[in-house]
Design a protein around this ligand. Structure first.
Ligand code: BES
Ligand code: MN
Ligand code: ZN
Length: 490
């Protein structure tokens, strides 16, 4: 979407959205438009009944003499001090309303909002103006999307200067959505590597480990998952060095299973339908790196993603196979569908050993159990460090990409004991599956702050999410952006 910031004018053309208070309060420009329309705006507000609901839109057709075709009076509560995440959510509602009215261009008049609120409203509108149209381009009379937004504000100059940093985050979110939405026959592991390499144009250094390099390093856990597919596996490292020194980086690690059939522990058909989304953790990492690099974040951040396809075949790993991980620990693979933890075990250990990160956070669609525990409301957070956990929880609250802390502990670790290997990859059925997955990862992260975010629910939805839409949500890009801004920059 094309966004411009302009100075408010009473006369214009096309559709105009006007921010009004829930009490119907209007700014000076809005009052001038009301006057030019013979008081229609005021009357429409009164007919709608004051106070308006939060986010309510009152449609008014104004006389041709007023210039505008139509005015959408849009109720935004306390625009001076509204929390930014609420502004984002309201902004997304405006995009939905524009879509419902088939508007492709819109002017938004915001006269009395704080700058952070105005930016939040615009960010929400931009976030929600997304369509995945690789395979179904918008037809002339089909679903359209809002393509251009003129933001009319008395602070046009300051906001135009501040917007690009937010636009970077919107673009990173849309990139993550595109990656998740692409099916595995479009986004295979090679295509994912190509997408990651595009970050080089933003100043990110990208290095790729192929099968031979990973075999040399001893990444037997990741390679075991990959061996059933003809698609080659990769580990991709992405360095953003924005701190201007050699400070230890924040490491972001992502599960990138481009398709999860379950392997020989094959999933039933229904569960497999959405398993193109099993690379959403890696998509979040790539999207976040895109956002951070594009807004020139003053932090050192390294992204690392493990890319594999989990398939059944005569070369696939069997239940009962024992693999040796990069960390040297042997793993009895009792269920080939618990593959994400095998991939991450090696990538986490590699990052820990080679990058010496100040903190390490992994993002993974790791377990169906986290959906059972938390639904689609929060992602699951597991951490060995209260300070890192608190920072993540705060960033979640600030952005609306919320986390709920879940337990680790000896009891879960104990379930992973194997009679023939250092550990096995599953625990007891029906018992705290998300914590078991996290406890498995914990065995490979060593000491130092680490957090695991299970986004199996939040990264993909089959119903419409208010901000994220349908399909890939890009969940986590805004969270990481906020975390870096608040806790790792400056
Ligand atoms: N990719 C799945 C988890 C998943 C489920 C993601 C639903 C998104 C939506 C993961 O690899 C998996 O299959 N986990 C198993 C683990 C079990 C075999 C211990 C699960 O959750 O059933
Ligand atoms: Mn699986
Ligand atoms: Zn999986």
């Amino acid at each position: 979407m094309e966004i411009r910031f302009v100075t408010p004018e009473a006369r214009g053309a096309g559709a105009l959205a006007v921010v009004v208070g829930v009490d119907g309060g209007m700014g000076a420009t809005a009052r001038a438009i009301d006057e030019a329309s013979g008081g229609l705006l005021r009357r429409a507000l009164e007919l709608a009944g004051l106070p308006l609901d939060r986010g309510q839109i009152v449609d008014v057709v104004v006389p041709a003499a007023a210039g505008w075709d139509r005015v959408l009076l849009w109720a935004v509560p306390t625009p001076e001090v509204l929390p930014v995440k609420d502004a984002v959510e309201l902004g997304a509602g405006l995009a939905t309303a524009a879509l419902a009215r088939k508007l492709e261009r819109l002017t938004l008049l915001v006269e009395a909002a704080g700058d952070a609120v105005t930016l939040g409203l615009v960010e929400g509108t931009a976030l929600r103006s997304y369509r995945f149209d690789q395979f179904k381009p918008a037809k002339t009379n089909g679903a359209k999307k809002l393509a251009a937004l003129n933001v009319a504000t008395p602070h046009a100059v300051a906001l135009a200067a501040a917007w690009p940093a937010r636009e970077a985050v919107v673009a990173g979110t849309h990139l993550a959505r595109d990656l998740v939405n692409r099916p595995a026959n479009s986004l295979d592991t090679d295509a994912f590597v190509a997408a990651a390499k595009e970050l080089t144009s933003l100043g990110v250094e990208v290095t790729v480990l192929d099968r031979a390099a990973m075999a040399e390093l001893g990444m037997g856990a990741l390679l075991g998952v990959a061996q059933g597919s003809r698609m080659p596996p990769y580990t991709v490292l992405m360095h953003w060095r924005g701190a201007g020194d050699d400070r230890a980086p924040l490491a972001l690690v992502g599960k990138g299973v481009v398709f999860d059939s379950g392997g020989l522990s094959l999933k039933p058909p229904k569960s497999m339908e959405t398993m193109k989304c099993d690379m959403a953790g890696a998509a979040t990492v790539v999207g976040a790196l895109h956002a951070l690099a594009r807004r020139q974040a003053k932090a050192n951040v390294v992204g690392a993603i493990g890319l594999v396809e989990n398939m059944p075949s005569s070369t696939a790993q069997r239940p009962g196979d024992v693999v040796t991980s990069l960390a040297g620990k042997t793993i009895e693979v009792l269920n080939t569908d618990a593959e994400g933890r095998l991939v991450l075990a090696d990538v986490l250990a590699h990052v820990k050993a080679t990058q010496k990160p100040q903190a390490m956070i992994d993002f993974a669609t790791l377990t169906g159990a986290i959906i059972v525990a938390l639904g689609y409301e929060h992602a699951g957070l597991f951490a060995n460090d209260d300070d890192l956990a608190a920072k993540l929880l705060d960033a979640g609250e600030a952005t609306g990409e919320t986390l709920w802390r879940m337990p680790l502990g000896k009891g879960y670790t104990k379930q992973l004991e194997s009679p023939i290997a250092d550990l096995k990859n599953i625990g007891k059925p029906g018992q705290a599956g998300a914590s078991i997955g996290a406890a498995f990862l914990e065995a490979f992260v060593g000491d130092g702050p680490w957090a695991h975010v299970d986004l199996a629910a939040t990264s993909f939805t089959e119903s419409e999410h208010p901000v994220g839409g349908r399909g890939g949500t890009g969940w986590g890009v805004r969270l990481v952006d906020r975390l870096v801004q608040d806790a790792f920059e400056g």
